[in-house]
Ligand binder design. Structure first.
Ligand SMILES: Cc1cc2nc3c(=O)[nH]c(=O)nc-3n(C[C@H](O)[C@H](O)[C@H](O)COP(=O)(O)OP(=O)(O)OC[C@H]3O[C@@H](n4cnc5c(N)ncnc54)[C@H](O)[C@@H]3O)c2cc1C
Length: 303
């Protein structure tokens, strides 16, 4: 990122919400479930799988958490009804983790029960480091209870991650989006990359199913080498990317015969997610500037 891009990243929270909405539209399917279904159909037609995320991190009350869990039940019904090739990704804070562990456990159990009726996989996203222990514990509880259609996420940037690998069956590996103190999180991007590859390798060594979630070409190359060296079949792992990010790179993976799953977020609570995606975009300053110019300069003068 250039200095200008970094400055714009710091200023993003001050950018008016309608501008953030326009800039982030590529990252979000829309506000309604129908928008998510239409996006998944388009992805499926292009040979890509999907995982649907109901945006909802600003949970302050139990009834809000229950509403998100209810929305996921509708998503599961829609996946079955519309024959979508997709599954769901859930955030435990959206189910009330920061209010009450039991509330999150109940909401998760309810969603997992419906997903099992429908034969649809549930991925539990990983959030900030204060939630790692509880998230892994709830995942292990479910697996120990015989719920095999559930997976979890490890963040390569956390120092603890390799130690968390043993016993995990189905894991998405990502770098990790949350900013944590240096005692918890690797600060050097190259160390994060090395940790990513080491985590994927450790998981493959113990026979876990791994979802490799990154747009980083260096990591993608190393991961493909690990897969080739083990002679894994296309159904023994998958790649994952975010909606609207590096689509041509994803197309290349699909053409090379890999399975690629796209993370498809939708919902009313789009703002926090959008800020995170824009903050990761290396050309954010250009997009903000273009949007501002677009509003200030009349269309006929823009050519
Ligand atoms: C499917 C999926 C699920 C995820 N789930 C979680 C989770 O549960 N918990 C969690 O903490 N994090 C999650 N993440 C986010 C992840 O941790 C990273 O923050 C994010 O993927 C960027 O890291 P990267 O590996 O792509 O590498 P980066 O080095 O950040 O990106 C590599 C390149 O990709 C491009 N790029 C990346 N982001 C953007 C963008 N927004 N716009 C345009 N270009 C971009 C840039 O060219 C960049 O140089 C998930 C990511 C994916 C793909």
């Amino acid at each position: 990122m250039t200095l200008l891009d970094r400055a714009v990243v710091r200023l993003l929270p001050a950018v008016p919400k309608p501008v953030v909405r326009r800039l982030s539209s590529r990252y979000i399917a829309g506000e309604r479930l129908a928008d998510a279904c239409a996006t998944v159909k388009r992805l499926n037609a292009a040979g890509k799988l999907a995982t649907i995320d109901v945006l909802g991190e600003e949970i302050e009350r139990a009834d809000e958490a229950e509403a998100i869990a209810d929305e996921y039940l509708d998503v599961l019904d829609a996946i079955e009804r519309e024959r979508l090739d997709g599954n769901i990704s859930v955030k435990l804070t959206g189910f009330g983790l920061k209010l009450d562990l039991d509330l999150a456990r109940e909401n998760l159990a309810c969603v997992v029960a419906r997903s099992e009726e429908r034969g649809i996989f549930v991925r539990i996203d990983m959030e900030d480091a204060s939630t790692t222990d509880d998230t892994l514990a709830l995942y292990r509880e479910l697996r120990d209870g015989g719920h095999d259609g559930v997976g979890v996420v490890l963040q390569a940037s956390l120092r603890r991650t390799l130690a968390d690998v043993p016993g995990l069956h189905n894991v998405r590996v990502c770098k990790g989006i949350y900013v944590e103190p240096p005692e918890l999180q690797l600060q050097d991007p190259d160390e994060v990359r090395e940790s990513f590859v080491a985590t994927v390798e450790a998981l493959l060594d113990q026979g876990s199913y791994v979802a490799i979630a990154t747009h980083d070409e260096w990591v993608l190359q190393r991961a493909q080498e690990l897969i080739a060296r083990r002679g894994l079949g296309a159904h023994e792992y998958e790649f994952q990317m975010l909606l609207g990010v590096r689509e041509r790179l994803g197309d290349r993976l699909v053409r090379a015969g890999h399975r690629l799953r796209i993370y498809v977020p939708y919902g009313r609570y789009w703002y926090e997610y959008s800020l995170r995606r824009l903050q990761e975009n290396p050309r954010v300053a250009g997009y903000v500037a273009a949007d501002m110019v677009g509003r200030v300069v009349p269309r006929r003068l823009r050519l």
